[in-house]
Write a protein that binds this ligand. Structure first.
Ligand code: ATP
Length: 234
């Protein structure tokens, strides 16, 4: 479904991503793990089109999207949940969700997706008239995921959904992410919490200073001594 070939992304002179190649197959849940500053978010934002690579190519469902705008990538079926959630605090929960569907005009489909999101996250239905900013951190993460789902993506990009959340809330959110994947949405997940990421995903890539250093199925990575020492605190 997604293929990155030899992607290089810079911030001015800073080489944040240095020749990344990776694939995500339809239906899979794949993670990108690694330390702070390894280049995971930059890779994800290169997939969503927020950053443009200086070299390399990105294909989505067979189509070259390297030059496609972020907005058009949403319309093609790629949606990102950004790090830090970035919901609109002064808009209501419902307004935040509706924003996710701004490129759509299939009213029935939008209503159907909204109902599905309320099934995943009943608290968002209960609080739909409240200000986004009045939600707890975990609820805001749910809102950010819900907003991304409102574009009806086939590929969902998640950047650090566990950030700043208590372990119990992280567990709840990951259970729902697994369910979203089981229901048919392909997921590419960026996480510093390697333990939980490798427990829920099918495959993973480890990034260090802009490069992929280890890759494999998630059970293989969980059993890998290098991963255990560097990322699992074992
Ligand atoms: P984190 O988990 O902290 O988000 P990460 O693995 O996602 O880390 P990136 O955020 O992609 O890493 O950062 C990769 C490198 O690019 C780091 O050296 C970082 O300092 C640098 N970087 C990230 N964003 C910018 C920016 N806007 N301007 C300049 N350098 C940046």
């Amino acid at each position: 479904m997604l293929e990155l070939k030899d992607i290089h992304t810079y911030y001015g002179n800073i080489r944040a991503v240095r020749g990344i190649s990776l694939t995500v197959n339809a239906g899979e849940m794949v993670c990108l793990i690694g330390a702070n500053g390894a280049g995971k978010s930059t890779t994800l934002m290169t997939v969503s089109g927020i950053h443009t690579p200086v070299d390399g190519s990105i294909h989505f469902e067979g189509q070259d999207i390297t030059e496609t705008s972020a907005e058009d990538r949403v319309a093609l079926g790629i949606s990102q949940v950004p790090e830090g959630r970035l919901i609109f605090p002064d808009m209501t929960v419902l307004e935040n969700l509706e924003l996710g569907a701004y490129k759509r005009n299939d009213r029935d489909g939008i209503r159907e997706d909204l109902n599905k999101i309320f099934q995943f996250f009943p608290v968002l239905q209960e609080r739909q008239k409240q200000r986004g900013g009045s939600l707890s951190g975990g609820e805001q993460q749910m809102l950010a995921i819900g907003r991304a789902l409102m574009s009806h993506p086939r590929l969902l990009l998640l950047d650090e959904p566990s950030l700043g959340l208590a372990p119990l809330i992280v567990k709840q959110i990951f259970e729902i992410i697994e369910q979203i994947n089981t229901d048919g949405t392909t997921v590419l997940l960026v996480e510093q919490n390697a333990q939980i990421a490798l427990q829920v995903t099918d495959r993973g890539y480890v990034m260090e200073t802009g490069e992929i250093t280890i890759e494999g199925t998630s059970p293989e990575l969980l059993a890998d001594e290098r991963v255990q020492q560097a990322y699992l605190g074992e």
